[in-house]
Design a protein around this ligand. Structure first.
Ligand code: NAP
Length: 339
């Protein structure tokens, strides 16, 4: 399977995908995103023998590839490294013929069929589109965060934890991500301080039990980070106790921010119905308000955001896209039947 490299700095050419001089390719299904939802959709559409393109961004895998160990995906009783799981999803999609390109969608046009997707390198046409662009980590939005991003501030313990061997780190947040990744960081760091804005964690019970039992973990309750301090690298965080108003500095070498996710939907503003938090509104058949455009995974799910659920909605979206192609497209576009 050919993987096209990410090409940046190119103006999109007004040329649909396909070889020079060849009839432009129109895909039956274009999937935006290569996390669990997008790749599961690709497995299903590939097996349905639909001509499938996955526009994967610069790195396929989605959230699992930022996760150390996935313990709650069925079929792996010992757990599986997030990166391995992501790779397995991709191999399985490729096995059934999905074409995966490492390119990024820069604009979409859902006002005309077939739908148009512009990327950095070209323009693609699809009879249906499944949006599975996921969500990205929410930023704290405090002074120092941008300045020290990559120099002590991170949103990925799996990627950066290794650099904190015998160093002190803080983790901001009280959800599953903060606690699971905080526990992972105890493998390297000398101390992991969890700073949470309330006095109770949101994380699931089993993670809480492990965290409270871990001698390297310490908790600073009812507190928010107001500033990230440093010179060349991070040296500390200024925190404020939300109950007393008192501020103090916690010295640290690293700050890992896990305060939830925001959906990646900027491209779809004005094209699709979004809710007040920016998530795509999809029904239980994963249909958006535009017939032929489906959404799956975290981009339309403010509540569950689990790999198994993303994969499930990806499968539903794929089955609905298949149904749409056989019913709607063949009725309305008899002259251009799906290949
Ligand atoms: P989350 O569950 O939304 O938790 C976000 C945490 O950050 C909450 O504790 C929240 O505080 C805090 N927070 C939010 N905004 C903040 C701000 N501006 N300043 C300070 N703190 C802030 O997000 P998540 O932990 O990334 O998890 C996302 C989803 O992935 C969840 O559904 C989770 O179950 C799932 N997940 C599952 C696993 C697993 O092993 N099963 C692992 C990782 C993620 P409050 O508690 O006060 O709201």
């Amino acid at each position: 399977m050919e993987i096209k490299p990410l090409i940046t700095g190119f103006e999109p050419q007004e040329k649909p995908a396909g070889e020079e001089g060849e009839k432009p390719a129109v895909y039956d299904v274009i999937i935006l995103g290569a996390g669990p939802a997008g790749l599961t959709a690709a497995i299903y559409t590939g097996r349905a023998r639909l001509k499938t393109l996955v526009i994967a961004g610069s790195l396929p895998g989605g959230e699992p590839s930022n996760t150390d160990l996935v313990e709650n995906y069925p079929g792996f009783p010992e757990g599986i490294a997030g990166m391995d799981l992501a790779q397995r999803f991709q191999s399985q999609a490729e096995r059934f013929g999905a074409e995966i390109v490492l390119d990024e969608a820069t604009a979409v046009d859902f006002s005309q069929e077939p739908f148009t997707i512009h990327t950095y390198s070209t323009v693609y046409k699809g009879r249906t589109v499944i949006i599975a662009t996921g969500a990205e980590p929410r930023r704290l939005g405090v002074p120092g965060e941008d300045k020290f991003f990559g120099r002590g501030v991170s949103a990925c313990a799996t990627c950066d934890g290794f650099f904190y061997k015998d160093k002190r780190v803080v983790v901001v947040g009280g959800g599953d991500s903060a606690i699971a990744e905080g526990l992972f960081l105890t493998k390297f760091a000398s101390e992991v301080v969890v700073i949470h804005r309330r006095d109770q964690l949101r994380a699931t019970q089993i993670l809480q039990e492990r965290a409270f039992a871990n001698p390297k973990m310490r908790f600073v309750w009812d507190s928010v980070v107001e500033e990230i301090l440093g010179d060349e690298m991070v040296t500390g965080v200024r925190v404020r106790n939300v109950k007393t108003g008192e501020t103090s500095v916690i010295e640290t070498d690293g700050v890992f921010v896990y305060i939830g996710m925001v959906p990646k939907t900027k491209l779809f503003v004005g094209q699709l119905k979004l809710d007040e938090q920016g998530y795509i509104v999809a029904d239980r058949h994963q249909r958006t308000n535009v017939p032929g455009v489906f959404a799956a995974g975290d981009v339309q799910d403010p509540n569950y955001r689990q790999i198994v659920i993303a994969a499930g909605t990806g499968a539903v979206a794929a089955m609905e896209a298949e149904r749409f192609l056989s019913e709607y497209w063949q009725t309305h576009h008899a002259e251009a039947k799906p290949s």
